[in-house]
Design a protein around this ligand. Structure first.
Ligand code: PLP
Length: 428
């Protein structure tokens, strides 16, 4: 290899990371984590303000989850779910369903994007299997994010996550999260073509922490019923307590036909995801060989991952974590109002439970965006590290999504660090 192409001593290429910047900036190397804090190789502590990318629920190194992982690892590390089964997966299916009333079948995968792919394939094949192959399109929200595999990117919002891959994608029908009427128009125009409507219920995460008005999920459900199409709720980000309820659909008493779970399902410890559905959808796949679902990942429903998920459910069932989350969320709202909302760079603060987006703008009145080369969001998050807080922005939206176990003083530290970071963004 020519010398100028040598990778030096750093061999990694990081996800969603501009490596040119990564190579310039101080490197945060996490050595271990305890409770709500990450600890780097130099011994510095950082409050984990984004729950290790929206996944961690009960804090790091929780003895109950660690113990369950250790015990399962000594017993059965992996055995396939293709045609045979194992107890941790069966038990997890049984234990998840009481939290998902009206649903009866759990299909495991390894990550959120894959579980979204499964939901899309289930929806289209469900329609085909019941003799409606012409119902083969997907309706999706503008600004949606459903993961990074090609089917998930297809139903994701337009923009840099999607545009360059356009030649590889299919086109969904799009409607606005602000207005269920736009979905009615779309379903009226395309009656009989739509296999399923996919939403991120209540909070659109990676699209910028956009909070839908109360009633939006129920309105979408009603339209799906009226037009005889399936509702897919992607709860990968919103699931497992982050919104103040176990699932965002619970906030409006809605039962989707397909629910996608990921991130927090193992408490944020190991990779696992699930597509949960109704007996009605499941039954449509019964019969001859060609009616089965043609999908499955090698490590789907891995027993150690299932053991972690079961231990996480134990913790949900032992305490009223949702009441605690709503109290913490109220404190966070107060701190944001006191320390952040009036800052000249802040255009809007959006919050549902512990899911928070702080949108930075050039002008508070016109909501004019900042020029991207200011890298304001990134600078705030980098400065926050000096105050012992790890957060990661979505462009110029500062995201806060701490674990449910976050303590009051840690929430205050996160907000102080954001305020400190905001003061360090150069004015022009
Ligand atoms: C993170 C996310 C995904 C993708 O999950 P991965 O495990 O990263 O593949 C899908 N949908 C939503 C709403 C997400 O936030």
């Amino acid at each position: 290899m020519p010398a100028d192409q040598s990778p030096g001593d750093y061999p990694l290429w990081h996800p969603f990371t501009q490596m040119a910047r990564f190579e310039r900036e101080p490197r945060l190397v996490v050595a271990r984590a305890e409770g709500n804090r990450l600890i780097d190789t130099a011994g510095n502590e950082y409050v984990d303000g984004v729950a290790s990318l929206w996944a961690n629920v009960h804090g790091h190194s929780h003895p109950h989850i660690v113990g369950a992982i250790q015990e399962q690892a000594a017993k059965l590390q992996h055995s396939t779910l293709l045609g045979i089964t194992h107890e941790p997966a069966i038990e997890l299916g049984r234990r998840l369903l009481p939290h998902l009333p009206g649903r009866s079948r759990v299909f495991f995968s390894e990550n959120g994007a894959s579980a979204v792919e499964v939901a899309l394939k289930m929806a289209v094949q469900y329609q085909a299997n019941r003799g409606r192959p012409e119902r083969n399109r997907i309706a999706a929200l503008e600004m949606a994010y459903h993961g990074d595999t090609l089917g998930a990117v297809s139903v994701g919002g337009e923009g840099p996550f999607r545009d360059v891959y356009e030649p590889l994608l299919f086109e969904p029908l799009r409607f606005s999260s602000a207005s269920p009427a736009s979905l009615r128009d779309l379903l009226t125009t395309h009656a009989g073509e739509v296999a399923a409507v996919i939403i991120e219920p209540r909070v659109q995460g990676a699209g910028g922490m956009i909070v839908a008005p109360e009633g939006h999920i129920a309105a979408v459900r009603a339209l799906c019923d009226e037009f005889d199409t399936l509702l897919i709720a992607d709860e990968v980000a919103t699931g497992f307590g982050k919104t103040g309820a176990m699932f965002a659909c619970d906030l409006e008493g809605v039962t989707p036909d397909l629910t996608v779970l990921g991130k927090g399902i193992t408490g944020g410890y190991l990779p696992l995801s699930a597509t949960v559905t109704t007996e009605e959808v499941y039954r449509a796949f019964h019969g001859e060989e060609g009616r089965k679902l043609f999908h499955g990942h090698t490590y789907a429903g891995n027993p150690i991952c299932c053991a972690a998920a079961l231990a996480s459910l134990d913790l949900f069932e032992a305490d009223d974590l949702h009441a605690r989350t709503r109290e913490r969320a109220a404190l966070l709202a107060t701190l944001l109002a006191e320390r952040i909302a009036d800052h000249p760079l802040v255009g809007e603060v959006r919050q549902q439970g512990l899911m928070t987006g702080i949108e930075l703008v050039a002008d508070r009145d016109t909501r004019e965006p900042l020029p991207p080369d200011r890298e304001a969001g990134w600078r705030v998050c980098l400065a926050a590290r000096d105050r012992g807080v790890f957060i990661r922005p979505l462009g110029d939206v500062i995201v806060l999504m701490p674990p449910l176990s976050i303590e009051e003083d840690e929430l205050a530290q996160i907000c102080e660090a954001v305020a400190y970071g905001l003061d360090r963004v150069p004015r022009d």
